[in-house]
Design a binder for this molecule. Structure first.
Ligand SMILES: Nc1ncnc2c1ncn2[C@@H]1O[C@H](COP(=O)(O)OP(=O)(O)O)[C@@H](O)[C@H]1O
Ligand SMILES: [Mg+2]
Length: 301
């Protein structure tokens, strides 16, 4: 028992093991996730990037306890998501994860003030405690000055910041955001990302952001790319940028800030980007593969 607890404390925040999701409708079957493996450590800020329909939301919804897989395992903070009882799942959704959506209408109450919106989901017993915590969170997302404004008086970007404060209301261990900058302009998107980065750096908040915004994904420590329901590559911030996160901010758009690695799955499979195949003049579906000077070389037939 003691050993299990220690393992849990030192274990990763997320452990996804061969996750598969098949959506069945009357006419067809969609393979939304095709065996996802992922480990996210506590205190990481991870971005997941991929085209529309690649399976990003399906995965995030599973992490949020909103969907179940067709096969595979998923552990968050040491808890097995797919063996939970209904009651445990309700507790998990309330205490362990916080969720920010692209369209946050579903967790904002338009006729309440910003402050009341942040207080609503809290489960402290005293109003005083709720208010103190809500004010702290509004400060954290740079919205203290608008605390008495009604939600429908705020801009889209401001509402999104309130949505982040709401997601943090019960101090979740894991913050999930699905396309949080999907419907705001560049400047607002950068500001919102900055809120996430500060939360991560200053408070150690573990965060997973789904995005198709390449500029945004260049500014985080680690990005995994999902293609057709499978992680295909991973980018990691170069050391120089990790050390100078803020000073480097001005050059994000032009610079190659990250190193890219291909992901090898458990069966030894690697996805080769179409562009590389085209540039190498590969046609058909066969390649020669060999070891040359300690390097694995792929050659057209
Ligand atoms: N409830 C559903 N029923 C049937 N197919 C679905 C459902 N949800 C998602 N899909 C399909 O699964 C695939 C992945 O979808 P999704 O995870 O929403 O992608 P993304 O968020 O990357 O755009 C898509 O082909 C999508 O059409
Ligand atoms: Mg989506």
């Amino acid at each position: 028992m003691a050993e299990e607890q220690i393992q849990e404390q030192n274990g990763p925040m997320i452990l996804a093991d061969n996750l598969v999701k098949i959506y069945k409708t009357a006419e067809l079957e969609v393979l939304a996730l095709q065996g996802l493996d992922l480990t996210v450590e506590k205190g990481e800020l991870l971005a997941i990037i991929g085209n529309s329909g690649s399976g990003k939301s399906t995965f995030l919804n599973m992490l949020g306890g909103l969907d179940t897989p067709s096969a595979g395992k998923l552990f968050v903070d040491g808890k097995n998501l797919f063996t939970m009882t209904e009651k445990q799942l309700v507790k998990y959704k309330r205490d362990t994860v916080g969720f920010v959506w692209q369209n946050n209408a579903r967790n904002l109450l338009p006729y309440l003030s910003a402050l009341e919106n942040v207080m609503t989901p809290m489960h402290f017993s005293s109003e005083k405690q709720k208010k103190e915590r809500a004010l702290e969170l509004l400060d954290l997302v740079g919205m203290s000055h608008k605390k008495t404004s009604r939600l429908n008086q705020l801009s889209g970007g401001e509402q999104q910041r309130i949505a982040i404060a709401i997601a943090l209301a019960n101090a979740p261990k894991l913050l999930l955001a699905d396309e949080p900058t999907g419907s705001v302009d560049r400047k607002t998107a950068d500001f919102i990302l900055d809120v996430f980065r500060r939360l991560n750096r200053e408070l150690g908040q573990t965060i997973v952001i789904v995005t198709h915004d390449v500029a945004l994904s260049k500014q985080v420590q680690r990005v995994v790319a999902i293609r057709d329901g499978k992680f295909s590559s991973e980018r990691v911030l170069k050391e120089h940028y990790s050390l100078n996160l803020d000073e480097a901010a001005a050059n994000w758009q032009e610079d190659e800030t990250q190193e890219e690695f291909a992901i090898i799955d458990r069966a030894g499979r690697v996805q080769i980007p179409r562009q590389l195949l085209d540039e190498a003049g590969v046609e058909g579906n066969k390649l020669r593969m060999g070891l040359v000077d300690g390097k694995i070389v792929l050659e057209k037939q």
